[in-house]
Design a protein. Structure first.
Lengths: 716, 228, 80
């Protein structure tokens, strides 16, 4: 006997009973499909919700916090910024180009749903080693998908970050963050209101794309042959999205929408139920009005289809004709598919038949909530009890090995495929610590940094996650921007394993503590669980996306390529801390066992580093966060980009590669003296070599060529 | 003396062009591709982007847009017609400029600054420059590789070529495989010009280069018909 | 021997390029156009004269490299 349908859809017996309890009857097939998807981990956050309340979410400048399509913060003078981060991990493994492309499309819809024009995208991506052809295929496919969609839709991609580790070989991580800009009066929310208002479906035709719960649909009316044809891969169309962006922005400009919602997971069923529930209303939906790609779609398929590039706008009956005409002008399809009712029911008709009738809010509000068991995983005790042992005496050689690492080497192979200049806002683009965008017509600038570090978080999820926040804060601060608000993408393994839940809860705690220390509210996030293949979980890999505001923006913000012969090189930050090699880049590159306990951050030192960076950003030509690969890599990056050597002062070999947090490099003209009270001079820019004194030296030319080839040489 | 900046569905550099002309003190208006009357404009720019998604071939669908009849009429009347990037591709498809733009030699999108050497000043794009000037301008295209049939080569009016920072033109300075390193061409009369890199991205120091100004200033200086 | 490979998008999958071309054709007055589907055509030249072996090999090439099995179907045929 085959499994009951709800189990085939991934629902537990308890969840099924809850549905029966809500409806006071057995669910119809389409209803069961709706609950199964809306109550999935992906949509309901049932394993994580209990913990997400830990994040600090409030600050006077927060306009919209977690829960809407994007977080929104106030930039002053009537300007708001909307931003969000999402993952498209699994789809990118199945089909890297389309998976990454539709990830970009989805995040952009989250931004313009809020009334904002999307102005930039960042893509933090993680793969297995490039030595394996399969990983090269995934990596280059994902990069082309991001470029293909982002460039054509007309939103610049300003970079992101990249890591390679075999733990991601069968489960690449493709995260995407987007930022939008809007005037305060343009802010739109998703709530449907006004009985009798019309729900208009805008954009692409609905087809059989990425339908969750295919088995129930098959069992309802399909034979095997037609089920076989049902594609699950979503295909993106940046051209349709571009038209949709312009059409929606004009709708907002002309005040023609009451509320709007993008269509993502669970398609029409999610968009209609969420907008109704958010407004405390109900909705009558007629599926015969939906413009479909294929005539023979079942009601379940139409409801659950995840066809891309669609929006659901709520408009008044009086404005309907104007809205439809505006859609026609932008050459997008539009159909009035529903009517707002007093509620609370969502009622769905198909060919004269009632196919679903359920309380709109029950799909989200009544979703299950799990307190899954949490336990310290076994590997922790051993890892913490073991010291990292590395021979780092040959400093120049170790440095070259680090520069040859594709996660540290020149990323221009990636970002030169992205249009990173469109809209004429990019003051600091890819290849620096943080990106900086000007806001035209103001003195303000917006900075963004995305940061993740799975290896460190694996060894110490709490400290590792906290350090991501501090690192991101420093990355935006070196552009002159004060950290303003954060989003996070929590990529974790299987939450049914207590060890993974421990990683998760520690990580949330660490990030929360760091956010509190710096006064940074979390305004949105995404949880991606079940990143496991063959029973092996990925490293816990939270990725933070931090937004900073520079007001005023420095006239000439620091850059890595502005060091000159004769300038002094200074280190700001605690240089006396114990070495930090656990989870470091050098440990990975040299193939050391993955052990040790990474250092905990120091909130006071972190605050002071951010303050110092903010002040120096207005005066220093070069200001650089010390990150992956430690001091040696940070110095080399400046030398390579500026085309000048550096005579460095003596220090212990290993200290060139340790990754102690909260440190900055500053270059200043000789006559300017120390840039900060705590600054320590560690070298002088001169000549053509990076000279480590008694440890030896390496020419800038050799360092540069190794660094430039790190990615290309592995692909050709 | 206003400029029309044509917006096809999928165009995305239209606002940047209007902004850059504004930095230079000139006024430009966006014109939707279904517009058929451009008589109130002294010149027209087809900006970059992905008109009609670049589906089929870049520019292939855009050349049939209603606005293109007016663009052709302006070209015939000697008024300035400038295509940037995707706009260049559209002008080639429409037969207003010779040649075509195909996929880059390395089959990947290229977004980075390149150097251009001015080859001719007898065009609306270069009249204010000097032959031999080297300009640093951002390139941003997948189909930027200029090809031209043998028969059209004789009469080709090259205005800009990819070069190194010193003005040297060779294969190493050719980012995309373009025939003869060509980055910009004009018609014989000089009033219709196309350029692959984006001059509008290089008008402010804050964003890295102001070398695009001289090209846009050339265009603006041409706004009265150049051959009376 | 020449083997003709026809690669088409799997049924039901979205074809944005086809949809855009269809719209443009209708705009040009070809109002009878209901849809347009894009595909690719490839000719592979192989040595030897075992037709069945050649077809099997080229099918394998399609699965491994020439087609994207997630998005595309293919047919192979010997050209005379």
């Amino acid at each position: 006997m085959s499994e009951p349908i709800h189990r085939q859809l991934g629902m537990t017996d308890g969840e099924y009973d809850a549905v029966v309890g809500i409806l006071e009857r057995e669910p119809r097939p389409a209803e069961l499909a709706m609950y199964s998807v809306m109550w999935s981990e992906h949509c309901s956050y049932k394993s994580s919700r209990a913990w997400l309340g830990r994040f600090p979410t409030e600050a006077p400048w927060v306009v919209v916090g977690p829960g809407e399509n994007a977080g929104v913060v106030d930039l002053g003078d009537g300007w708001l910024a909307a931003f969000r981060i999402e993952s498209h991990n699994h789809p990118s493994f199945v089909e890297p180009y389309q998976g990454a492309a539709t990830g970009v499309g989805g995040i952009l819809r989250d931004i313009f749903t809020m009334g904002a024009r999307p102005i930039a995208v960042w893509d933090p991506i993680r793969f297995g080693s490039l030595d394996d052809p399969k990983n090269r295929y995934l990596f280059s496919g994902v990069v082309s998908g991001i470029a293909g969609y982002g460039n054509a839709v007309g939103v610049p991609t300003l970079g992101g970050e990249v890591e390679f580790d075999d733990v991601y070989a069968k489960n690449p991580l493709v995260n995407v963050m987007a930022l939008g800009l809007l005037r305060r009066e343009q802010l739109v929310l998703s709530a449907a209101s006004g009985v009798g208002n019309i729900a208009v479906l805008l954009g692409a035709a609905t087809g059989r794309d990425g339908i969750g719960g295919a088995s129930i649909l098959a069992s309802a009316s399909f034979d095997e042959a037609s089920a076989e044809k049902r594609p699950s891969v979503q295909v993106g169309d940046p051209f349709e999205e571009k038209k949709l962006i312009e059409a929606c922005l004009e709708l907002y400009d002309r005040g023609l929408v009451v509320g709007i919602q993008d269509l993502g997971a669970a398609g029409i069923s999610c968009a209609t139920s969420e907008s109704a529930a958010n407004g405390g209303m109900g909705m009558d939906v007629d599926l015969d009005r939906v413009h479909v790609r294929e005539a023979d779609m079942t009601p379940g398929e139409i409801l659950m289809s995840e066809s891309q590039e669609r929006m659901l706008a709520i408009v008044t009956p009086e404005d309907l004709d104007v809205v439809l005409a505006l859609a026609a002008k932008w050459e997008i399809d539009a159909s009035a598919i529903g009517t707002v009712t007093a509620g609370p029911q969502l009622k769905v008709m198909h060919r004269g038949e009632l196919v679903a009738e359920l309380p709109a809010a029950s799909l989200s509000d009544d979703a299950p909530l799990y307190h899954r068991p949490v336990a310290v995983p076994e590997y922790i005790e051993t890892a913490w009890a073991t010291e990292v042992e590395l021979d780092l005496r040959d400093v120049p050689n170790v440095l070259l090995q680090l520069l040859d690492d594709p996660a540290i080497g020149d990323a221009s192979w990636i970002y030169e495929q992205y249009d990173h200049q469109l809209f004429l806002n990019t003051v600091i683009g890819p290849g620096h610590d943080g990106s900086l965008l000007r806001i035209k017509g103001t003195d303000k600038g917006l900075a963004v940094s995305t940061d993740g570090n799975g290896r460190r978080c694996y060894l110490e999820p709490r400290a590792g996650s906290a350090r991501l926040v501090y690192e991101a804060a420093l990355n935006v601060a070196v552009t002159g921007a004060k950290p303003l608000a954060m989003v996070d993408n929590l990529n974790f393994g299987n939450p049914e394993k207590p060890g993974v839940m421990w990683q998760f809860t520690e990580s949330v705690e660490g990030m929360s503590e760091a956010c509190e220390a710096l006064g940074i509210p979390v305004v949105g996030g995404n949880v991606s669980f079940y990143n496991e293949t063959d029973g092996v979980d990925i490293f816990p890999t939270p990725v933070v996306g931090l937004l900073g505001l520079a007001d005023p923006m420095p006239q000439s913000p620091p850059r890595l390529d502005r060091a000159e012969d004769g300038m002094d090189l200074w280190l700001v930050g605690d240089d006396e801390r114990d070495g930090d090699l656990a989870g470091s880049a050098v440990a990975r590159v040299l193939g050391a066992p993955h052990v040790g306990r990474p250092a905990s951050p120091d909130p006071a030192a972190a605050r002071s580093a951010v303050e110092t960076a903010l002040a120096l950003a207005h005066v220093a030509p070069v200001l650089h966060d010390v990150g992956r690969g430690g001091l040696a890599v940070a110095v080399a990056e400046i030398c390579i980009r500026s085309g000048v050597g550096c005579d460095l002062m003596e220090r212990e070999a290993s200290s060139w590669f340790e990754e102690s947090p909260h440190r900055l490099l500053v270059a200043t003209a000789k006559e300017d003296g120390p840039p900060a009270a705590s600054a320590k001079r560690i070298g002088t820019f001169t000549g053509t070599n990076i000279d480590f004194g008694t440890h030896g030296s390496v020419s800038v030319a050799d360092a540069a060529s190794t660094w430039r080839q790190a990615i290309p040489r592995r692909l050709h | 003396m206003r400029t029309a900046v044509v917006v096809f569905p999928g165009t995305n550099c239209e606002r940047d062009v209007v902004y850059a002309l504004g930095v230079l003190g000139a006024r430009a208006d966006l014109v939707w591709h279904r517009e058929t009357d451009l008589s109130s404009f002294a010149g027209v720019i087809l900006p970059g982007g992905f008109a009609h998604g670049d589906y089929l071939r870049t520019g292939a669908i855009a050349r049939f847009s209603p606005v293109m009849d007016s663009v052709k009429a302006m070209a015939d009347a000697g008024q300035p017609v400038l295509g940037i990037c995707n706009g260049f591709q559209v002008l080639c498809e429409a037969g207003l400029l010779p040649g075509a733009l195909v996929a880059n030699r390395d089959l990947s999108f290229i977004c980075r600054p390149v150097h251009l050497r001015v080859e001719s000043t007898d065009s609306i794009l270069t009249r204010s420059a000097t032959v031999g000037d080297v300009l640093e301008i951002p390139l941003n295209s997948y189909e930027g590789n200029f090809v031209v049939p043998e028969a059209d080569r004789e009469a080709l009016h090259t205005v800009l070529r990819y070069s190194d920072a010193q003005g040297g033109v060779d294969d190493d300075a050719n980012p995309n495989g373009s025939f003869h390193n060509i980055a910009g061409v004009a018609n014989r009369r000089g009033n219709v010009a196309g350029v692959m890199p984006h001059p509008e991205r290089a008008v402010e120091d804050l964003l890295g280069s102001t070398d695009g100004r001289i090209l846009l200033e050339s265009y603006l200086a041409s706004l009265a018909p150049i051959h009376v | 021997m020449k083997i003709q490979v026809e690669i088409t998008r799997r049924p039901g999958l979205r074809d944005p390029e086809g949809a855009t071309a269809a719209r443009a054709l209708r705009d040009l007055g070809f109002t009878s156009v209901s849809d347009v589907h894009f595909g690719r055509s490839i000719v592979v030249e192989v040595d030897g004269d075992d037709r069945d072996q050649a077809l099997t090999d080229v099918e394998d090439m399609c699965r491994k490299l020439l087609a994207n099995p997630v998005l595309e179907d293919f047919t192979v045929e010997v050209l005379d």
